[in-house]
Design a protein around this ligand. Structure first.
Ligand code: GLU
Length: 494
């Protein structure tokens, strides 16, 4: 197990909604940092200015906080290795690009991404080669290059990849990855606008910010050899590299597409953190679920943050792809809802009631928690199981008020009789009401489901509800009697 304090970072690009992949990487980063007494850092990789989406950075920060993954350093909390937004670090990258040029590991490139370049690439493809930069500017003398730059000629800076030999990169999960250098491209490090590409920016920042473990998506495996070469060209120590497993769509065949994400949403699921919150998932459920997709602890482990911090090990991360299983998310969410204290659960349910326009009475809310807790898969299920507690009136569907095997008239008679019994009681205490109503069931010769069914629909407005008599006690005597009266009127009009 790792013992030295680890410095880890989540380095998202603010180009869209924060998704599951970012949350899971951030979780592992956080666990490793906390377990070793190190730091977890948020770095915003916003150098692809054209793809930056307004509000995305805030969504990342909010998402991390919602998940409870508070970062020790970041754009809005500061830290001694800042700034933590890459567009604010331009000079640092320029300076480092120059170091590489001076060391002979990079060169200014004046080629334009114009027709000529395009043509060259098409020819390469015809020759069945991977499209790559053909090295035109690789051998321009430093003096010539300096003159052209002084003349204001637009240029990029490219990495000078060694042509011979093999790059051996080491990934903690995948072992040694060997690549023939001639397969590798002279990638752009600094763009014409002076901003760095990911390749330069991430490597420089990971070094400058003293990152010990780089956990990132396996989409970076392709350029991993380049990154290792850049680190080595600077003469720096490498971090421990960990390329995490990819997520596959629920069928296990391929990655989740936009269309499938939209389908999942209709079904009450999402791969986006903000949606998960809206849909009533808890941070505990989301974290537990995502932790186990790619971490080989026992499959069914219900873990809270403290337990995850204790048990986490980068040695038990797995490289094999993980199919997204939303049923398991439901399972973990429901399980964690059951583990919350009543006060905590009440506080979390309140916004969902408010969202429906319901005004919640705190005392009532605490009383209904034991009745609905076991029925909740997501927090917003509180509306279907408990919304009627906070409504002035319920509007039962007339058909639902008719008990099985009976007609409207007979059902109205039962409702009247029930009203008579209940209004004769001094209180609507659940035990008292239930025994009185059970006595009525006995003498009527009808089934309990028939009589209680009418009563349930009358007082809750719905066919499925928490335990009837406990619910009636919470709704209160007056409201119950009034709702039954209302049901009688509906039935009589049928
Ligand atoms: N900005 C990169 C991304 O969003 C980060 C990759 C990394 O963690 O280094 O994919």
């Amino acid at each position: 197990m790792q013992t030295k304090p680890a410095r880890t970072r989540i380095a998202p690009s603010p180009t869209g909604h924060m998704h599951l992949g970012t949350a899971r990487t951030a979780l592992y980063d956080y666990l490793l940092a906390k377990q070793t007494g190190g730091q977890f850092i948020l770095r915003i990789e916003d150098t692809d200015v054209k793809r930056t989406v307004a509000g995305a950075e805030q969504e990342i920060m909010d998402g991390l906080r919602w998940l409870g993954l508070d970062y020790d350093e970041g754009p809005d909390v500061g830290g001694k290795f800042g700034p933590y937004r890459q567009t604010e670090r331009r000079e640092i990258y320029r300076h480092h690009a120059k170091i590489l040029i001076d060391k002979g590991h990079a060169y200014p490139c004046f080629c334009k991404p114009d027709e000529l370049e395009k043509k060259k690439r098409q020819e390469q493809m015809k020759r069945k080669e991977n499209p790559h930069y053909d090295g035109t500017c690789r051998n321009i003398s430093p003096d010539d290059a300096a003159k052209r730059i002084a003349n204001g000629e637009a240029h990029t800076v490219r990495f000078k990849m060694p042509h011979d030999g093999v790059t051996i990169a080491h990934d903690h999960l995948r072992g040694e990855i060997k690549t023939e250098n001639k397969q590798l491209n002279d990638q752009v490090l600094l763009k014409t606008d002076g901003l760095p590409t990911y390749h330069l920016a991430a490597i420089v920042d990971d070094h400058e910010m003293q990152i010990t473990h780089v956990l990132r998506g396996s989409e970076w495996l392709g350029t991993f050899p380049l990154h290792v070469n850049i680190v080595r060209a600077f003469g720096w120590d490498e971090p421990i590299w960990i390329h995490l497993s990819v997520f596959l769509k629920p069928s296990g065949k391929g990655k989740m597409s936009k269309r499938e994400a939209a389908e999942a949403m209709k079904d009450g699921h999402s791969i986006f953190i903000k949606d998960m919150q809206t849909l009533g998932f808890t941070p505990e459920g989301v974290l537990n679920w995502s932790a186990l997709m790619g971490w080989g602890v026992a499959e069914d482990d219900v873990l809270n943050m403290k337990q995850m911090i204790e048990r986490f090990s980068i040695d038990s991360l797995t490289a094999s792809p993980a199919a997204i299983n939303f049923q398991r998310l439901d399972h973990f969410n429901a399980t964690h809802i059951r583990l919350l204290t009543s006060e905590d659960l009440a506080a979390r349910l309140k916004p969902y009631f408010s969202r429906e326009g319901l005004t919640v009475n705190d005392e009532t809310l605490l009383k209904i928690i034991p009745l609905i807790r076991e029925r909740l898969t997501t927090l917003d299920d509180c509306i279907s199981f408990g919304g009627f507690f906070f409504k002035e009136d319920v509007n039962p569907n007339s058909e639902d008020l008719i008990a099985k095997g009976l007609d409207a008239k007979q059902s109205a008679e039962i409702a009247k009789k029930s009203l008579q019994i209940l209004s004769g009681l001094s209180s609507i205490d659940h035990a008292v009401a239930e025994s009185a109503m059970r006595a009525y069931v006995e003498e009527s010769g009808l089934g309990p489901n028939q009589i209680f069914g009418i009563l349930r629909v009358a007082v809750t407005g719905q066919k499925v509800s928490p335990p009837l008599f406990e619910s009636m006690e919470i709704i209160g005597r007056e409201k119950c009697l009034q709702r039954i009266q209302n049901a009688i009127e509906i039935l009589e009009k049928m």
